[in-house]
Design a protein around this ligand. Structure first.
Ligand SMILES: [Zn+2]
Ligand SMILES: [Zn+2]
Length: 309
């Protein structure tokens, strides 16, 4: 695999969305990656920053290296010591990681006061990302963007391709600093991430989530409950039958659109299905294909897609 080239996917197989969910929708993977993008390279630095076990850290570093997001570089022979360097593939996730922490800052009750901020190199201010349309340069929200499946798109092909053994349950309830990181928690779980993606595609009912995601009913109902308790989805009852309830994105839920846009753009850039993209979006106001571009909330300059530390 050439690190700067997209990974070629098999015709008819899991598409870019499913591969990205399978690879990144894992809480430890996101946390390790965030530390790596903030400049940490050594095993001991990751251990110091995260309450992570040796086996979990080793498995995540190995997988990130196999997938071309980190590069293992031996800097000492006896004893062997290696460092893990970011690659272009992982550095282009910088803006996506920034949208995650920006959402947390806006929508998590306790905020994240002591969080190191990413600076926009051009103006030196806290790089608060504003999602805009690459074609017309106007700010964009989920309500202005229409999505349709592209040639490699379908529910089946977008289903998260599991690459790690999962925790049995998604944790709920903010008790430690890590657990109060709602965005990490939501996108660190492949099923809750998949439910959020489906909600943005207009899926509302339990049975449709279940059928479209090919997920076990208990998993779907648990994730809907968590997303409801966090206030990302709200359920409207239709009659007395809970399975007929409609689950709709709240304002807080709609606030996740920049996150989906950033990670969606990354996925199509780095995973190439032979048929073409999984999703084709149109920006309604200008009528052009919607591709995200992020600009700085302070100076309005374009944020680089890499190296926002
Ligand atoms: Zn536009
Ligand atoms: Zn700026």
């Amino acid at each position: 695999m050439t690190r700067d080239q997209p990974i070629e996917l098999k015709a008819g197989g899991t598409n870019a969305i499913g591969r990205t969910l399978g690879l990144l929708a894992d809480e430890w993977t996101l946390l390790v990656l965030r530390q790596a993008l903030s400049g940490e390279t050594r095993y001991s630095q990751f251990k110091e920053a995260l309450p992570i076990s040796n086996s979990v850290l080793t498995s995540r570093l190995t997988r990130l290296t196999e997938q071309g997001l980190l590069e293992r570089h031996v800097y000492q022979d006896r004893p062997v010591r290696a460092e893990y360097l970011t690659t272009r593939r992982s550095r282009t996730l910088s803006v996506g990681m920034l949208t995650l922490s920006d959402w947390e800052k806006r929508w998590t009750p306790d905020g994240i006061g002591d969080e190191a901020v990413a600076r926009h190199p051009a103006c030196g201010r806290d790089a608060s990302p504003v999602l805009t349309c690459r074609a017309c340069r106007m700010p964009a929200t989920a309500r202005d963007v229409v999505a349709e499946w592209g040639p490699s798109g379908s529910w089946r092909r977008s289903s998260p391709e599991a690459v790690t053994r999962r925790r049995p349950e998604l944790r709920v309830g903010a008790t430690t600093s890590l657990e109060s990181r709602q965005a990490m928690m939501l996108f660190g779980d492949r099923w809750s991430a998949a439910v959020i993606c489906a909600a943005f595609r207009g899926v509302r009912r339990f049975t449709d989530f279940e059928a479209n995601l090919s997920a076990p009913p208990a998993v779907v109902s648990h994730r809907l409950k968590v997303l409801g308790s966090i206030g990302v989805l709200t359920a409207t009852q239709d009659g007395q039958r809970s399975h007929r309830a409609e689950h709709r994105l709240t304002e807080k839920g709609h606030g996740l659109f920049p996150v989906l846009s950033a990670f969606g753009d990354w996925s199509e850039r780095w995973f190439a299905a032979p048929e073409g993209p999984a999703l084709i979006q149109t920006h309604r106001p200008c009528g052009e294909r919607f591709l995200p571009r992020f600009r700085c909330g302070h100076c309005e300059g374009t944020l680089p897609d890499t190296d926002l530390r």
